[in-house]
Design a protein around this ligand. Structure first.
Ligand SMILES: Cc1ncc(COP(=O)(O)O)c(C=O)c1O
Length: 515
């Protein structure tokens, strides 16, 4: 849970002039607790002056280094009533209300009044209690906390786009593509409007359509197969490996062989999905793809950042598609995606498809394309987040390791083959049966721990794919796992909650099993 404490100038002065050791202790406590500490920009110039008057050489620089600056926008001032007795306080409370999470103003000035219900004023006697009460919640993913860490840079990047005004294909797009190329290690990175379009565009570029079979797993998000149907081709499902939940290469080859004998369909492409952040078995998949001369479209929507024998997810197919949906390992604040490839001709076609099939310019149209551009403002957000991403991957890995250490032996924990790392989009455990999963979901809910089921229904039995003629029983592993899988909270800033969550999981599982 994101907790914000906005420090008012009376408290800041106490800190800077070392007049009150209790204030110093509380400040230290808040930092140790990981609470986000803010100082309002509207009070900053005054604080510099006052602290200089009160104590020569006061540690103002280190104070500003240990807090974030709470910005104010013009509209805040307009909302403060002219008659308000404490206009600066009112302004600060309006700015504080813009922060995600729970926010309080720390002030010992009894005349300080907040203008906003959600932001209260707490003095030094109450601040610890406020933190302890707010700290008990566990979010499934914590985008708010992440935003607060990089808030100042995000604001600057977003304001910069508002200032230059190139909202479509502005300079941040090229800057992001360059940074992504470097990170993933491919010759081309083409950002686009979503992970779905990132999957769709290479299929369009390869001219796949009616009569073509595209092989993928049924245990995935609908978009993976939806794009195949969209272009009039046929998704052919292949069951998954029970350890990794990714497409089973042995079954893949058997399926390609079977389709190749049909007169109505011809094998055209393979879409392996890196489920939950773990890359599929690309050595085996490429072996098959080469034998059958099929392109591989890596669905890396969940695996951005993962490694496969030293290579980054996204670079493992003929083309790789990722998603920047907010909840993904690298997410923006809307929809977004990217395609990666080393193939120059494919990259050229993708750039054309991204903008209505453009030729030499937007009004020269050489093929049917899409409006699939990424907004400049999303690129600005991603550029900020990318700076923190390597560190976040390490933190996710640490959280996953902690979970696995505490849960192994009680439930089936994720399997990561040697030489691979996961981006840990999800940390998913397997229960013994659907009943046990139901009991666990309810028990965790009571303890304030959210969970999610990815995915409750495999694609071959979804109504959207009924025309394909599949039935229950066709993919027994996907069907079985969809009944027993459960994803626990996972994000880079979860480490201090993992023990609590794991303890509750173990306790419930033991109870259900009567141990
Ligand atoms: C495996 C998989 N493929 C594709 C997508 C589609 O991405 P987007 O939501 O950005 O269109 C997702 C997103 O949830 C996904 O998880």
């Amino acid at each position: 849970m994101s907790l914000n404490v906005v420090i008012n100038d009376d408290v800041a002065l106490e800190l800077l002039t070392s007049r009150n050791s209790k204030t110093q202790e509380l400040f230290k406590y808040l930092k140790e607790k990981g609470v986000n500490l803010w100082y309002p920009i509207v009070s900053a110039p005054d604080l510099c002056e006052k602290s200089a008057e009160q104590s020569e050489g006061s540690p103002i620089t280190s104070f500003f280094d240990s807090v974030k600056i709470l910005s104010a926008i013009g509209n805040h001032w307009k909302r403060v009533p002219e008659t308000h007795p404490h206009r600066r306080g009112a302004l600060i409370s309006l700015a504080a209300a813009e922060l995600p999470g729970k926010t309080v103003i720390w002030s010992n000035d009894s005349s300080f009044e907040s203008l906003v219900n959600s932001v209260s004023v707490v003095n030094s006697d109450g601040i610890k209690e406020w933190v302890e009460q707010g700290d008990s919640q566990v979010p499934f993913i914590d985008l708010g906390y992440q935003q607060l860490i990089m808030r100042e840079e995000l604001e600057q990047r977003i304001f910069s786009v508002l200032s230059h005004g190139q909202y479509i294909l502005g300079p941040e797009i090229k800057e992001l593509e360059k940074a992504l190329r470097r990170f993933v290690g491919t010759k081309h990175a083409i950002v686009c409007s979503s992970g779905t379009d990132a999957l769709l565009m290479p299929l369009m570029a390869w001219g796949i359509g009616p009569g073509d079979a595209v092989f993928t797993a049924p245990f995935t998000f609908v978009a993976t197969a939806e794009v195949v149907s969209l272009i009039g081709a046929t998704p052919v499902f292949v069951d998954i490996d029970p350890q990794t939940f990714n497409i089973d290469p042995i079954k893949l080859e058997a399926s390609i062989e079977e389709v190749s004998r049909r007169s109505d369909l011809r094998p055209r492409a393979i879409i392996p999905v890196d489920l939950f952040g773990l890359p599929a078995d690309y050595v085996a998949i490429w072996d098959i793809a080469k034998r059958w001369n099929l392109p591989v479209l890596e669905d890396a929507a969940q695996s951005f950042g993962a490694l496969y024998h030293g290579k980054r997810a996204g670079s493992l197919g003929t083309a790789g598609a990722t998603s920047f949906f907010p909840a993904k390992p690298l997410g923006c604040y809307g929809d977004g995606g990217a395609v990666f490839t080393n193939d120059d001709q494919l990259a050229e076609k993708l750039l054309s498809i991204r903008v209505h099939g453009k030729g030499k310019d937007k009004y020269d149209n050489v093929r049917t394309g899409l409006n699939a551009r990424l907004d400049t403002i999303q690129a600005a957000i991603l550029l900020t987040k990318l700076k923190y991403f390597a560190g976040e991957l390490e933190k996710r890995e640490k959280v996953a390791r902690m979970y696995s250490e505490l849960l192994t032996g009680h439930v089936k924990t994720p399997h990561v083959p040697d030489g691979l790392t996961s981006a840990w989009a999800q940390y998913s455990i397997l229960l013994k049966n659907e009943y046990e999963r139901e009991q666990l979901i309810n028990a965790l809910k009571k303890d304030g721990i959210p969970t999610a089921i990815y995915y409750p229904k495999p694609l071959h039995i979804q109504e959207a794919f009924v025309h394909l003629g599949y039935k229950m029983g066709d993919f027994p592993l996907s069907e079985d796992i969809s009944k027993r899988i459960l994803s626990l909270p996972m994000h880079p800033y979860l480490a201090d909650k993992v023990e609590y969550i794991a303890e509750k999981v173990v306790k419930c599982v033991k109870m259900v099993r009567g141990k």
